[in-house]
Design a protein around this ligand. Structure first.
Ligand SMILES: N[C@@H](CCC(=O)N[C@@H](CS)C(=O)NCC(=O)O)C(=O)O
Length: 220
């Protein structure tokens, strides 16, 4: 019988952990969750047996280890979802892969200055660089919804890896008061209303650890 173990960090802060966790939950895939508090004296020792990068998330599936959020989402789709993590249509799938890669690789200022914190509710300063990055995410959300999402409520219609990759941004935007277009805000509201996004936020808000901004910026 197959065994799936997902190693994650603090739910309040670890946006990279949230992405594959949400994908597994959204598709109702049973898994064991291993929670490791980050930036503690023994964190590296605890992560060592699971994660070659000493970062979270890491996925252990039978004898196979996969690390790094996007690689894990790809693996989950391929091995546990018969490819259903991505849109079936090749054109949609190409765009879904592109926006996921962009989320993974880009937005350095949002990652540094607007890190996920499920407990936060405060208007943050919007620098020009942050404004540009928010505008790009707004454009991705609005464009995907309009062009590819008309047969459902998510970026490409039904829930996909793309929604899991962007869900933490919806939390950040809500926490820090980002001003979005109507279309992008409607999509952010859909993500925030997802039962497993709600579950993640609630569990994150119950955690007691609190981190310094420099650590939190590293975690995004
Ligand atoms: N590119 C990696 C980033 C993983 C990452 O930075 N994880 C953070 C937590 S969200 C972490 O483990 N930080 C611990 C550290 O840097 O020591 C991914 O997509 O999974």
């Amino acid at each position: 019988m197959s065994h799936t173990k997902l190693v994650i960090g603090n739910k309040n802060y670890s946006s990279w952990s949230m992405r594959p966790w949400l994908l597994l939950k959204a598709f109702d895939i049973p898994f064991e969750e291993v929670n490791i508090a980050l930036y503690q004296d023994n964190t590296a020792e605890k992560l060592g047996p699971y994660s070659p990068s000493l970062k979270v998330p890491a996925l252990l599936h039978n004898e196979i280890t996969v690390w790094d959020s996007l690689a894990i989402c790809e693996y989950i789709s391929e091995q546990l979802l018969d490819g259903r993590g991505w849109p079936a249509n090749p054109k949609k799938r190409a765009s879904a892969r592109s926006v996921c890669a962009e989320m993974h690789a880009e937005f350095p200022n949002l990652k540094k200055d607007w890190p996920m914190n499920c407990k936060a509710s405060v208007e943050l300063f919007v620098s020009d660089k942050i404004e540009d990055e928010i505008a790009r995410i707004d454009a991705i959300w609005s464009c995907c919804r309009r062009k590819y999402g008309t047969d459902g409520r998510y970026l490409f219609g039904r829930f996909s890896i793309a929604d899991a990759m962007f869900a933490p941004m919806a939390i950040c935007f809500q926490s820090y008061g980002a001003k979005l277009s109507q279309e992008a805000q409607a999509y952010a509201n859909t993500l925030l209303a997802h039962p497993h996004v709600q579950q993640w936020i609630e569990q994150g808000q119950q955690e007691e650890e609190s981190m310094s901004m420099s650590n939190v910026s590293n975690m995004y």
